[in-house]
Design a protein around this ligand. Structure first.
Ligand code: HOZ
Length: 426
């Protein structure tokens, strides 16, 4: 065996379940050996064979500036020299909180945590604590991390609650989770009509990034807001993926909707473990130490992570940043569409800011079930074709893609050319 990725995968599988620390990295959906990354710079990373890839996962979203941005490296290096972790408050946490609140007007207060899962789980507890209600509404295909109550698939009918999607989650734990079809207005209306007074919150990825890239229609998102207000439930936007990614003000800025609580992650840490949740003062003050809803963390507001996040937010707040990023992402998406059309392949794609998705079908899906009708074998062939040609997209058809400020016109053109070559040979 001479392939270094194969060698590392074999070693990894001996000591780490599946050889990876997060399942999708194992390439199980697409087959083959995961690439073990040894370094990254700008729009590229290099695997254990020193093969270079144009990186369209960007650590699943955080690397919006590309890898190794000089201003971010400088901030992190300075912070590291001052200490890794104190378990006591710092001025930098205040600075980051102030920076986030200035950019997300729906948030009056924010709590910093370490991962998106933790942020979503805490927002959920806060919503239940603040409303005194148990029921939560989520949508099939929206992923909010791996907290027990959120690992749920739809039950057998609308009025029934969900079933666990993971072993180790007792049915009792998800008995208050209602799972609805994304963009299905009728189901949404019925759910609130039946359960409205019990609903603590409705949690949604308003631009979903965990069933590839699927938008909530403006009418659907608006109705989510109206029904929550009408029934005294909290509307939670999970913006772990979309926050500072689809635009400077997230999906809520794109849709013009004000959620009650917002869950953030990924870009706010610039690649370091950092996430957050926040909302109006009256709700956030329900959290310990002020209120009865408990939440805590040794690494919350970590000084190195906050330095990385602050430096990243400073760069992306510069005038014109999102216009340029969105234009570049559109060029990629339009180029892929044109390449597929030229070779007579069913294909469609969409993007917002620096986030995109493509589908091997002519329509843009509106929900998870439609996304999952994608031809898996065709997707896998495209994935491996791109990988061979030095282009790394997410190794599963239900994931979104990410473009960074470091991707050049040449990178985009090379990606489109690689895809066209694959389409042609089909
Ligand atoms: N949560 C990511 C998929 N939507 C995967 C994260 C990772 O493997 O790094």
């Amino acid at each position: 065996m001479t392939d270094q990725n194969d060698i590392l995968f074999e070693r990894a599988r001996a000591v780490i379940p599946g050889g990876v620390n997060s399942p999708v990295r194992a390439f199980k959906a697409v087959g083959g050996t995961p690439r073990f990354i040894q370094r990254a710079q700008g729009a590229y990373f290099w695997d254990a064979n020193d093969k270079r890839y144009i990186d369209y996962i960007g650590s699943w979203g955080p690397m919006i500036l590309g890898h190794g941005h000089p201003a971010v490296i400088e901030a992190v290096q300075k912070a590291v020299l001052e200490g890794f972790s104190y378990g006591a408050p710092t001025e930098r946490e205040i600075e980051l909180a102030e920076a986030i609140l200035a950019l997300v007007p729906s948030m009056e207060m924010v709590r910093l945590v370490s991962s998106g899962t933790e942020a979503a789980m805490s927002a959920l507890r806060l919503a239940r604590g603040a409303t005194g209600r148990k029921t939560i509404v989520k949508f099939e295909g929206c992923y909010h991390g791996h907290a027990d109550a959120l690992l749920v698939k739809a039950g057998s009918g609308l009025a029934t609650f969900g079933n666990p999607t993971s072993a180790g989650v007792p049915p009792e734990v998800v008995q208050h989770t209602l799972v609805l079809e994304y963009n299905n207005l009728q189901q949404l209306e019925e759910a609130f009509a039946l359960h409205g007074s019990d609903i603590a919150c409705l949690m949604i990825e308003a631009i979903a990034g965990n069933m590839n890239f699927v938008r909530a229609t403006p009418a659907f998102a608006k109705r989510c807001r109206e029904l929550c207000t009408q029934h005294g439930a909290l509307l939670i936007f999970d913006e772990v993926m979309t926050g500072f990614r689809v635009g400077l003000h997230g999906a809520q800025g794109v849709l013009g909707i004000t959620p009650d609580l917002t869950v953030l992650g990924k870009v706010i840490g610039g690649g370091m473990p950092l996430a957050a949740f926040g909302g109006p003062r009256a709700i956030m003050e329900q959290l310990a130490p002020l209120g009865p809803v408990y939440q805590a963390g040794t690494l919350s507001g970590n000084p190195v992570a906050t330095a990385c996040g602050l430096a990243t937010l400073k760069e992306i707040s510069k005038p014109g940043f999102y216009e340029a990023l969105a234009q570049k992402t559109r060029t990629l998406v339009d180029g892929l569409k044109a390449a597929a059309a030229a070779e007579g392949q069913p294909f469609n794609a969409d993007s917002e800011g620096g986030m995109f998705g493509f589908f091997l079908m002519n329509e843009l899906p509106q929900n998870y079930a439609t996304v999952m009708t994608t031809d898996n074998a065709q997707f896998n062939a495209l994935f491996h074709g791109l990988l061979d040609r030095g282009v790394y997209i997410a190794p599963a058809l239900y994931e979104a893609g990410f473009v960074s400020a470091a991707h050049s016109e040449d990178d985009i053109a090379a990606t489109i050319a690689a895809a066209r070559d694959i389409f042609r040979k089909r």
